[in-house]
Structure formats: structure tokens, C-alpha cells
Design a protein around this ligand. Structure first.
Ligand code: COA
Length: 535
């Protein structure tokens, strides 16, 4: 197998400039993560701790067998929502091993508005369940929530992907044999009560744990009946009278220990579908990536320089190297797992689209997961390309990306624009995981082009109405659009809305890919039933 060579000139001023630029972006990313990881306000945290509760991140940490090989989902969800942060969307989602089983841990953060569900909290819970379903991960719900955030009820309640969908998914997953385990560590009100109620097994902690469809406030308002939270739905009541919960825990630690113990007795062995090798570090330093990625997104560079810093021993068995050169395809290993890599090296032409389609079929036939390294401004446009059928060739790639059944993992390492996002397995194409680098930009097209398009539309309207606009007016109009696209194209705008599973330091990429590939192995899929079509 071929070890990739590198033409990197580390002494060049360009390398140094890029390096400093990425370093700043990563330092900003880390700062944002540090802040949200604190959770809610100081007062809310003090109140929480005074009640003898662990903070949600401590609960998750206590459960994990191995604190390192984990993936956190949506750490920056809810960032700058209505000009305020909802730290981590009010919920922590972490994938990791508990009692030897790969699990999705979903923990409410009661220090963020009593753990109540904002629209982004619902979205994050559903995304976490989707990941669990697609990868056959046992679900652990650490419940501590006042249920629906009543100020936000229109954004969470009635639509298909509303709060109710969480319980629907839990029922479906349970029917597929994907364990649903709840530990009730705080309040569990109204809709929130259905999380333990819909679980396969439920633990409730003495004193702090409560489950009720209507809390004391609501019951008093509706019926005049006055009762304390414990009388209405405490651990004693639910484990001895109602049977809503199955296990009584004296304190949080014993509740979490019970979760571990339940998982020990689940009759499950992880399938080994990939032929693994011993992981070998890349031959080149991953830190070089900082200097390789241009500070200006429009600048072109050879994506093999990135591949060689992600894959085992920098070995890459390249497919169709000389054909359709704006798309790089080939086989490799990451942390010992076999992968097919599809990476952009320029805009997509007919040839590169056909090459990508052919390569996806090879991965499908050989059951090799695909890693997409996305940095794409879109498909080529223009008369001669339309004549040649770029629309149908691009559609073949989009079709293959949609229908391939092996696990897909996407990393947005640069631009993600227009239909290029589709062809390179953007969010709508259901990659099992999707992470972005802090330099990435995502929008339907670049801001400058969008400004030109809209100015040209307005020009035509103005011409036909006989009114004039000055150059100054036109410039203001265009600059406003560029500004809007810049703001909306930011990876933080995207991640706060969960358009990805998180923004990551490029240096984390290899580990995250390795962990993702390992978690993906829990679900064996059936391959498409056709041969490889030469493109
Ligand atoms: N919707 C919106 N905000 C809510 C809320 C809800 N359902 N429940 C609580 N909050 C807010 C509070 O107004 C408070 O906001 P603030 O910090 O800006 O003052 C914050 O969440 C914390 O609430 P607080 O009551 O001070 O905290 P707590 O830890 O003592 O109790 C709850 C938390 C959730 C147990 C308690 O507030 C409660 O029972 N809320 C009502 C729950 C309910 O009936 N939900 C109905 C769902 S359909």
C-alpha cells in the first residue's frame, strides 16, 4: 500500500499564517466549550449541589468505563439562542462504554431552567436517540427535568418532531431490542414523566427523585389538592405502590451503580464486522493540519496532505488517481478500522461525480465504511457542463450517497455549499456522525455570489419599474447580504442548531473517527443487491 508523500513547506510564511489562524479558531472553540460545560447559573448550580445532587457531567463521568474513548454530541447546541446561551441545549449527550456495552447517555441539566425542554433540547434528545438507533447503542436516560418549557411550548409540542416523538422513538427502539434504562435523579414532570415510564427498567433515587404527570403546582391549580412532591410521586410511592419505577436507590451513586449493574446482565455481544488491524499512527504530525488549511476558504490545497495526517501509517490506496481529479477517493485504515475515503480537491465535475459513484459501490460491496472529508463549493456550472450532463452525473453521486448502506461519517473540513453539501453526505444524507472544523462555512451558496444574484434580480425589477438605485444603495444592499451570509454560515450558527454533531479541533479528528467507527460496528446492515456499475 502506498504511503502518501508530503510537500509541506513548514518554513513558508503561508504555513505560519495558516497555523496562527487555525490556532486562534481552536482557542475560541475551546473557550466556548469550557463556558457551556459549566452549565447553568452559579445560583442554580449551588441550589442543585445543596440538594445532594451531582452535576450532569459528573453523573455521566461516573457511569463511563473509559473516560477517554467517548464522543460528546451537540456540546454547543443552543448557543446564542435568542441572544442567550442554553448551555449544551440543557442536556448532555455522550456515547461511551458502560459495563462493557456501547451506550448513549442522555442527561438533563437541571441547572438550566430546571432541565425543562427548549426546542433545541427536544431536537438534541431526538438526535441522540437517532444515533442510538442507527448504531444499536443502549440508551441511558439520566432524568432531572421539569418537562416542557412552557415559555417555548409552540416550538416543542405539536409537530412530528416534538416532545412526544421522544417517547415514540423509545417505544420503537425498545421493540427493536435496544435497551432503554432510566435513572430518575430529580424531577420528572408531565411529558418528562414518560421518559422513565417508557423505559425498559427504571431506577428512582430517594428524596430527590419524583415522577408525576402533573406536579404539585399543576395539581393544586387544577384540583385544589395540596401535596408535597414526594407524596405525589417520590421513590417510596413509585417502587412500593404504583410500580412506575423498578428500583429504589438510597442516593445518586447507588442509582448509577444500579444502571451499571443492569447493563452487566444484558445478553449482548458486539458484532465484529470490520477486519481490524493494529492501529498505527500516521507518519506525519497531525498538528501540521493547522498550517495546511488555508485561512482563506477559497484557496485550494491538496487534501492528501490532510488524509496523510489522519490515516494509519499515512497509507492510502488511491482509486482512479488520474481521473476526475477534483475528488480524491481511496482505501485506508483509521485506528485499525478499514475505511473508504472520499475527499474534495476542487469543484465537482461530471468525471469526479462518476468516480465518486463508482467508489461508493466498491465500499458497499466490500462493506467498508465511508469517511467524507467535505470542502466543497459546489458542482461546476456553465453551458458546456450542462450540455455534458453535469446534472445527471451529479445526481448519480447523490443517489449513491443516499442509498449506500455502509456507515457514513462526514467531517466538514472547509466549505459546505449548495448541492456539494448533498453529494458529500451533508446532514440530509444521514451520515451516522457529522462533525465540523472551526474554519468551516456552510450555506446554500457563498455570500458574495448570493449578493450578486439578489442584486441582479433587483436590477431587473428596478429596470422594469423605471426607478433607479444609486451605486451606494446597491453596495449597502449587497454588503448586508454578505454580512448576513457570513453570520449564518458560521459553524457556530450551524452547531447551535444541531446541523452537525459538534465542532471539533482538527487534532481530535482521528480519535473521533476511530471511536465513531467502533460505535458503528454495533449495527450490521444489509448490502444493496446489485453489482458494481462502471461509471
Ligand atoms: N417552563 C419554563 N420555565 C420553567 C419551568 C417550565 N415548565 N419550570 C421551571 N422553570 C424555570 C423557573 O421559572 C426558573 O427560572 P429562573 O431561573 O429564570 O427564575 C428556573 O426554571 C428554575 O426553576 P425553580 O423552580 O427555581 O427550580 P427548582 O430546581 O426548584 O425546580 C422544577 C425545578 C422544574 C422542579 C420546578 O420549577 C417545577 O416544578 N416546574 C414546573 C414544571 C411543570 O409543571 N412542567 C409542566 C410541563 S408540561
Amino acid at each position: 500500500m502506498k504511503v502518501l508523500s508530503s510537500n509541506l513547506k513548514k518554513k513558508d510564511s503561508k504555513f505560519k499564517k495558516n497555523f496562527e489562524h487555525m490556532k486562534e479558531l481552536v482557542s475560541d472553540l475551546n473557550k466556548k466549550k469550557r463556558l457551556v460545560k459549566i452549565g447553568g447559573s452559579l445560583d442554580a448550580r449551588k441550589k442543585h449541589i445543596k440538594r445532594g445532587k451531582l452535576l450532569p457531567r459528573e453523573r455521566v463521568k461516573y457511569l463511563l468505563d473509559d473516560k477517554k474513548n467517548i464522543i460528546e454530541i451537540g456540546c454547543l447546541a443552543g448557543l446564542n439562542y435568542k441572544n442567550n446561551d442554553i448551555p449544551s441545549g440543557g442536556m448532555i449527550s455522550v456515547i461511551g462504554k458502560v459495563s462493557g456495552r456501547d451506550c448513549m447517555i442522555i442527561a438533563n441539566d437541571a441547572t438550566v431552567k430546571g432541565g425543562t425542554y427548549y426546542p433545541i433540547t427536544v431536537k438534541k434528545h431526538l438526535r441522540s436517540l437517532e444515533i442510538a438507533r442507527e448504531n444499536n447503542l443502549a440508551c441511558i436516560h439520566l432524568v432531572d427535568s421539569g418537562g416542557a418549557n412552557l415559555q417555548e411550548q409552540t416550538g416543542i409540542f405539536a409537530d412530528k418532531d416534538g416532545f412526544g416523538r421522544i417517547f415514540y422513538e423509545m417505544a420503537k427502539m425498545s421493540s427493536q431490542g435496544i435497551p432503554q434504562i432510566s435513572a430518575v435523579l430529580g424531577s420528572c414532570t408531565a411529558g418528562g414523566a414518560y421518559i422513565p415510564a417508557m423505559s425498559d427498567q427504571t431506577i428512582i433515587v430517594k428524596k430527590n427523585g419524583t415522577i408525576f404527570l402533573g406536579g404539585p403546582h399543576l395539581v393544586e391549580a387544577a384540583t385544589g389538592e395540596v401535596s408535597s412532591p414526594q407524596e405525589l410521586g417520590g421513590a417510596e410511592l413509585h417502587t412500593s405502590l404504583s410500580g412506575v419505577a423498578d428500583y429504589f436507590a438510597e442516593n445518586e451513586y447507588s442509582a448509577l451503580d444500579k444502571v451499571k449493574s443492569i447493563l452487566e446482565f444484558i445478553n449482548y455481544e458486539k458484532p465484529k464486522i470490520l477486519v481490524e488491524r493494529k492501529p498505527v499512527k500516521p507518519k506525519y504530525d497531525a498538528k501540521d493540519i493547522y498550517g495546511i488549511v488555508p485561512s482563506d476558504l477559497r484557496e485550494q490545497y491538496d487534501v492528501r496532505e490532510i488524509i496523510s495526517r489522519l490515516v494509519d501509517n499515512s497509507e492510502f490506496e488511491e482509486f482512479k488517481k488520474k481521473y476526475g481529479t477534483t475528488l480524491v477517493t481511496g482505501f485506508s485504515h483509521i485506528m485499525g478500522y478499514p475505511v473508504g475515503i472520499i475527499a474534495n480537491n476542487g469543484v465537482l465535475f461530471s468525471e469526479s461525480s462518476l468516480k465518486g459513484t463508482h467508489f461508493i459501490q466498491l465500499c458497499e460491496q466490500r462493506r467498508v465504511p465511508i469517511v467524507f472529508l467535505q470542502n466543497i463549493s459546489g458542482f461546476i456550472i456553465g453551458k458546456s457542463f450542462e450540455e455534458k450532463g453535469i446534472a445527471k452525473d451529479g445526481a448519480k453521486l447523490v443517489n449513491a450517497v443516499s442509498t449506500v448502506t455502509v456507515p457514513k461519517i462526514t467531517i466538514i473540513i472547509g466549505g459546505s455549499f449548495g448541492a456539494g453539501n448533498y453529494a458529500m453526505c451533508g446532514r440530509a444524507y444521514s451520515p451516522r456522525f457529522l462533525f465540523s472544523w472551526p474554519n468551516s462555512k456552510i450555506s446554500v451558496m457563498g455570500g458574495e455570489i448570493a449578493a450578486k444574484v439578489l442584486a441582479s434580480v433587483k436590477d431587473s425589477q428596478i429596470n422594469s419599474s423605471g426607478i433607479k438605485w444609486s451605486n451606494e444603495e446597491k453596495n449597502i444592499f449587497m454588503n448586508n447580504i454578505i454580512k448576513k451570509f457570513n453570520e449564518e454560515g458560521s459553524p457556530y450558527f450551524a452547531t447551535s442548531r444541531l446541523w452537525d454533531d459538534g465542532v471539533i479541533d482538527p487534532l481530535e479528528t482521528r480519535n473521533i473517527l476511530g471511536n465513531s467507527l467502533s460505535f458503528c460496528q454495533n449495527l450490521v446492515t444489509n448490502k444493496e443487491n446489485f453489482g458494481v456499475f462502471r461509471m
